[in-house]
Write a protein of this length. Structure first.
Length: 170
């Protein structure tokens, strides 16, 4: 008999997700797009802090992390079903971008706010692979709509290296 069974409030207890940013974990990652995307270019400095710009940098920045590169990014607000919270998803993976763009441009799918994306991550490091599928179109839960309406998130703050969740949105 395991004496530690009653340590957690219930047998399904999981450590809650507290980050404001969605990261793809091993397995299925299901999300609903809630906002339009901002796009740009980014690199990371030696201190691991990002530098973002709406336009491509004219030259390789002096403060870029050794071995780093400038990448194109998309950032948008999502509802992460696994974390049960509104988060920002930033993408730099071109394969995921191309697949999402193909669904968005397809008239049978269109607006990404009307269906859920599922990104399945397998492997790790240089062997990481992503597969992208979607669920059929379905209305968004009212509680998610209400939470998003109350959220004060400024994606443009990313360009200024500010916290999009703490910017005065008035």
């Amino acid at each position: 008999m395991n004496e530690n069974i009653d340590f957690f409030p219930d047998s399904d207890y999981k450590i809650p997700e507290t980050s404001n940013y969605m990261k793809f974990l091993e397995g299925d990652n299901t999300f609903r797009v809630l906002s339009s995307a901002i796009v740009g270019f980014e690199y990371f400095k030696e201190d691991n802090k990002p530098v973002r710009s709406r336009t491509v940098f004219d030259s390789i920045p002096d403060d870029i992390k050794k071995g780093g590169t400038v990448k194109h990014f998309w950032a948008f607000i999502v509802y992460n079903y696994e974390a049960k919270r509104i988060q920002i998803l930033e993408l730099t993976q071109k394969g995921i971008m191309k697949t999402m763009q193909s669904y968005i441009k397809n008239p049978k799918w269109g607006n990404p706010r009307e269906y859920d994306f599922i990104v399945t991550r397998t492997g790790s490091g240089m062997d990481t692979e992503y597969a992208i599928t979607v669920n059929p179109k379905a209305p968004l839960e009212e509680s998610v709509k209400e939470a998003f309406a109350k959220a004060k998130i400024s994606l443009d703050a990313l360009y200024e290296n500010e916290d999009p969740f703490k910017v005065d949105n008035e």
